[in-house]
Design a protein around this ligand. Sequence first.
Ligand code: COA
Length: 323
Amino acid sequence: MPTIPPNVRGAVITGWGTALPPKVITNHDLEQTIDTTDEWITERTGIKERRVGGTTVGLSVESGRAAIEMSGVDPASIDALVLATTTPDRCVPASSATVQHELGLRCGAFDINAACSGFVYGLVQAHGLIAMGAKKVLVIGTDTLARITDWDDRNTAILFADGSGAVVLEAVEGHGQLLGWDLDADGSAERFLYADIGDTIHMDGKEVFRRAVRIMVDSATKSMQHAGVTADDIALVVPHQANVRIIQSACDKLGIPMERAATVLHRTGNTSSASIPLALADALDAGRVRQGDLVLLVGFGAGMTAASAILQWGGGTDSAVLA
Ligand code: COA
């Protein structure tokens, strides 16, 4: 398990932003088109409504711009753009290149596809770039899953949706915010959740549920061990927003009370790469995180992948942002 070397250049999040498309589809709307009920969806998933529409580039530009504005950084000073997405607008070029241009960035830009673990993969990657000398990195998680969802399939149509969330990372003097991280993948589980090119999502919901809880707990445990912290130290857990019962079950197994979990899925559905930054931004905007708090981000997704990170909010006392 990789540990963070001592004296490595760290980073802190200095701005965040989100974007959700305006079109809302409620569970009652779905009752009109597929054989389901609001009661069933709410009880089995925790989702009440979801947002659909827009493009991966359009949503990314909106959330990315909001994060840049909050951080106050000059877009031209950003050293890299990492866009986590499973649903790029085109095969070529990468959506990140178009987002880079539309935001007025002058830096390298690349997409990462690790499904619903993508944002945490991207955040860890961004810390690596900062350790290698970058000073400012924009990390965006965006998905437009509505385009690859079969809206006549009640197995998947109740779950998936669109959205975007972004953060600006800035290099600091001290060790910064990242205390521990873990990235996992198990390609032998690909058959349980996949979409072929040009096709829609196919899912074995029960098997994904079972594995999701296990791999979230495994990954979060590794990150906590790596950071030298325990579940009692975690002030806020920001889990992938797939199903409230998955979140509840993982929290129970980790020994983290559900009150310490950030959840937005009742109004967003499963937005894949966007779900963790959307839930993180919601908790931050609600004032749920204070300087020094430990935040556990933990995701899982198709692959199957899993990823987690422990962030000490604001970094240590020596975490002054580098000019
Ligand atoms: N509306 C109403 N009834 C439904 C339904 C729906 N949308 N989908 C299934 N049912 C029915 C089934 O036919 C079954 O009926 P039966 O008992 O008469 O046979 C019953 O509800 C239970 O179905 P089941 O498939 O066992 O439900 P579940 O509790 O496993 O919930 C999921 C289904 C998809 C909500 C759940 O398995 C899940 O969330 N899995 C994880 C999916 C996920 O997170 N994917 C993304 C990963 S990034």
